[in-house]
Design a binder for this molecule. Structure first.
Ligand SMILES: [Zn+2]
Length: 343
């Protein structure tokens, strides 16, 4: 049972938005003040247990599944420049930061491995960035392992074969790779593959769009060709959202939208802010909308998924759940940076 004062604090927040608990009054006729931009995290328990006799809080909607979408090479400033309206809509309904950080090297395979394993490259060791089957798979208990262990279906659909190496084949119920670098018709296949997986249902699905990265290497980061590629993939993402709604899976889904790295000129992989800085967006049940104030790292993604699905956090994880997105207190002293990242 939460302490009665905690309940009072919670209720005051539910009823009056951002009024400090000490100043709150349960008078039903009180005019709610205009919320301010700064919201101090409060010690709210995740699930209110005791409804008030006068103003029952709405119980949190359960999170039944998680859908992660990675736009390869997406710099935060490309979202606006490429008019990615579906991503922007999720940003507005969710919690987000345009200043999340990826790992060193800021490259596709190491970054996606950190995303799913919750660890820095020093632990998962997948620092290579080509498909090298003899190297095996990223080490550690990853979020596909944990999700599958509780009987939920796991799906990974990707445009780069090397992402097979971020998790073992036995960790994904479905792994689909479509090479859309050579023929136009393959683009449809990647989308159709993902749409079919959505229809089948899942506990955890990750879809990876390679197109913006490919265009960046050919035409430069933030070129009109790259922005066009991101714009098209945003439309594909929109078709996924529509399929989720049509299949009855939209409600109860936590969406996480992010990237593996940014880029500059025609490349990435360095410690430059243009390469390291990525968007990180979470939207869905229990999420408190707004811009995140605390630092977010790509390897916080797996712990956030675990927290959302009620799966055990792993002691070896370098990442931590992005509690702020759920309106929960965060450790102000946390230094989540991978060792050696800052020169
Ligand atoms: Zn990449």
């Amino acid at each position: 049972m939460p302490h009665p004062r905690r309940i009072l604090i919670l209720l005051s927040i539910v009823v009056q938005g951002c009024v400090p608990a000490s100043a709150s009054s349960p008078t039903p006729t009180a005019t709610p003040p205009i919320p301010t931009a700064t919201l101090t995290p409060s010690p709210i328990p995740p699930a209110p247990e005791t409804p008030s006799p006068t103003q029952a809080p709405i119980p949190p909607q359960p999170i039944s599944r998680v859908f992660i979408v990675t736009f390869d090479g997406l710099r935060p400033d490309a979202i606006e420049a490429a008019e990615m309206e579906n991503v922007k809509a999720l940003m507005q309904s969710g919690a987000y930061t345009m200043n999340a950080q990826t790992v060193v090297p800021s490259a596709t395979l190491p970054a996606h491995a950190s995303l799913v394993t919750g660890t820095c490259p020093a632990k998962h060791i997948a620092r290579w960035n080509e498909y090298v089957p003899q190297n095996g798979y990223a080490l550690g208990v990853d979020i596909f392992d944990l999700t599958r262990a509780v009987g939920l279906r796991t799906v990974l659909v990707t445009g780069k074969e090397k992402l097979r190496q971020i998790t073992e084949p036995g960790s994904t119920d479905f792994f689909g790779f479509v090479d859309n670098t050579d023929e136009e018709k393959d683009e449809t296949t990647l989308e159709n593959m993902a749409l079919e997986q959505i229809r089948q249902g899942f506990g955890l699905m990750m879809a990876h769009f390679p197109d913006g990265d490919i265009a960046g290497h050919e035409f430069d980061w933030m070129s009109k060709q790259q922005l066009s590629a991101f714009h098209k993939k945003d439309a594909s993402f929109g078709s996924f959202l529509k399929a989720m709604k049509n299949s009855g899976y939209y409600d109860g889904t936590l969406f996480i939208i992010t990237a593996d790295h940014g880029g500059h000129n025609s490349n990435h992989g360095t410690r430059l802010p243009e390469d390291m800085t990525i968007p990180w967006i979470v939207s869905g049940p229990q999420i408190v909308p707004g811009e995140l104030q605390t630092p977010v790292y790509i390897y916080d993604t797996a712990p956030t998924v675990a927290f959302a699905l009620g799966l055990p956090l792993q002691p070896e994880w370098d990442g931590a759940p992005v509690y702020e997105a759920f309106g929960l207190p965060v450790d102000p002293l946390r230094n989540g940076e991978c060792p050696g990242v800052t020169p």
